[in-house]
Design a protein around this ligand. Structure first.
Ligand code: GLN
Length: 507
């Protein structure tokens, strides 16, 4: 481990296999995610509102299960086995959709759809938090290059997101390669593509795993100074069996969204109680750090609640109220992929900027970065608000201005999201790393959930009204969200001395 962590240069070389495995996994994930709403409306013939709710439910569940995946990795499986198990489930999930398994009627059936989705949800839960935690393990605590490493890793995430998000849905809808694919099977092919890239992800991980040395082999920690912390075979098999048993349950919960409400209201408090229980067992210095981690987690709920309008209300806004004054691009396409595009553009420069500032002892600490993240987010939403100033008589406004807003919001994301991954690995005690990463993503689950509710409220405000009314109502809503983001940023900066104390030597 020492050898890995004592690397020279900017990035440890082990970051590359993790980068690529995560890139392909995100390709699969964002490919599937991008297809959900369109598929549900066009193929399963669901109402728009229902499709949106179900989409929100899936997203919330996906991120909620990262908590479970992180926890089992810490306690039973170790990061590697968790990741592998998660990857296998994701492959199975997309294969069910690709082959339309167990069904003799053409097209993907309602039941198979939710079965495949349930597999994918659990699979992501086991995969996603644990690969991020392993990135953290490549660094010694206190290594100033960690944030830059996560920023690079984040670029991998978004490269996958951009490719998958664009390719899968275009194939499914018949915009791409349509002369080669039988029209009845387009969606199968699109889901099939998701499973192929997920296989690539796992194969890549399998063949490069030696590079990782001891990282992720055992639950909790990589030193064998605590011999009873080995993987216990029957515990391991119990996790596998347990996962398979709850899949039908998840299938039911996702397809009936009122269960999502119950679920969200229970899982948060339960995990908090569990965390408090774990916190009672650690030293007081460690406990303080976990409190600090909790502050970041709570703020990130606010961030994602505002940010995640992108998948919901902003896509309706984009479809209705934006023109094509940017290279004649499809406004919704820009809304869906613009963020990932800007991240790719910004990841390397921002990573290098952190390293450059770090060398000159001028790198802002995590709190300030988070604060900046909120300020950019708020500013971005104010820019969306300002699109109303450029609207024509029909209430249609400029995609260019909207794209500037996306750029600003993405700056905010870059200050918060990769930094959040990084700080979770720094503030957690060794045996709680997977779980804390899971909590970080659980905050995303709540963000998604809240975002859906906010979006739904904005949508009801303009029922039966004209395009101009919709523009006014939506932009008014975005202005408010912008204000909340700015307020959150200011609060963070005000409480930063207090949190800094809790964080102790961690920056
Ligand atoms: N876009 C990032 C990813 O997919 C962050 C998602 C999140 O935490 N909500 O990894």
């Amino acid at each position: 481990l020492e050898q890995i962590q004592d690397f020279k240069g900017k990035y440890p070389r082990q970051i590359w296999p993790l980068f690529f495995s995560e890139m392909w996994e995100r390709f699969c994930f964002y490919g599937m995610r991008g297809m959900l709403v369109v598929f549900m409306i066009s193929q399963l013939k669901l109402e728009e509102q229902e499709a949106n709710l179900q989409y929100g439910a899936t997203q919330a569940f996906v991120y909620a299960f990262t908590f479970v995946g992180g926890l089992f990795a810490d306690k039973i499986l170790g990061f590697r086995k968790s990741l592998f198990w998660g990857g296998l489930l994701m492959i199975l999930g997309s294969l069910i959709l690709a082959t339309n398994a167990f069904s003799f009627v053409p097209g993907i059936t309602y039941r198979n759809f939710f079965l495949g989705i349930a597999f994918t949800i659990i699979g992501t839960g086991f995969f996603k938090p644990n690969i991020s935690t392993m990135v953290g393990k490549l660094y010694k605590s206190g290594d100033g290059r960690t944030d830059a490493g996560f920023t690079l890793f984040y670029a991998g995430i978004n490269l996958g997101a951009l490719l998958g998000g664009y390719l899968c849905v275009s194939i499914g809808q018949g915009d791409l390669f349509n002369s080669y694919i039988d029209p009845d099977h387009r969606w199968n092919v699109a889901f099939g593509l998701a499973s192929i890239v997920m296989i690539i992800s796992l194969v890549n991980f399998h063949f490069t795993r030696r590079l990782l040395g001891p990282i992720g082999l055992q639950p909790g920690h990589e030193h064998s100074d605590n011999p009873e912390k080995k993987i216990v075979k029957w515990h391991e098999y119990a996790v596998y069996a347990g996962t398979l048993v709850i899949i039908p349950l998840i299938m039911i919960m996702v397809s009936k969204t009122q269960y999502t409400d119950y679920f969200m209201w229970t899982i948060g408090p339960l995990t908090l109680f569990y965390l408090f229980y774990e916190m009672s067992k650690v030293t007081s210095a460690e406990r303080k750090k976990l409190w600090a981690a909790l502050v970041f987690i709570l703020f990130s709920i606010v961030f994602w609640g505002i940010y995640e309008q992108s998948g919901g209300s902003l896509s309706i806004f984009a479809a209705k109220n934006l023109n094509r004054d940017l290279f004649n691009l499809n406004p919704n396409g820009v809304n869906n992929s613009g963020g990932a595009f800007f991240i790719l553009l910004l990841a390397i420069p921002i990573g290098l900027l952190w390293i450059w500032l770090n060398k000159r002892k001028m790198e802002p600490n995590t709190l300030i970065k988070f604060g900046l993240g909120f300020l950019f987010l708020g500013l971005g939403f104010y820019v969306i608000y300002s699109t109303r100033l450029f609207a024509d008589m029909a209430g249609v406004t400029s995609l260019r201005i909207f794209t500037i807003a996306l750029f600003v919001i993405t700056l905010g994301e870059m200050c918060l999201s990769p930094i959040g991954l990084s700080i979770m690995t720094k503030l957690s005690t060794k045996n709680l790393q997977g779980m804390m990463m899971g909590m970080w993503f659980l905050a995303s689950a709540y963000g998604q959930y809240v975002a859906g509710i906010i979006g739904a409220n904005m949508a009801t405000a303009k029922e039966g009204s004209s395009n101009i009314d919709a523009l006014m109502a939506y932009t008014e809503g975005y202005k408010q969200l912008g204000l909340y983001a700015v307020i959150a940023g200011i609060i963070l900066i005000i409480i930063s001395p207090l949190v800094k104390k809790l964080m102790q030597e961690v920056r």
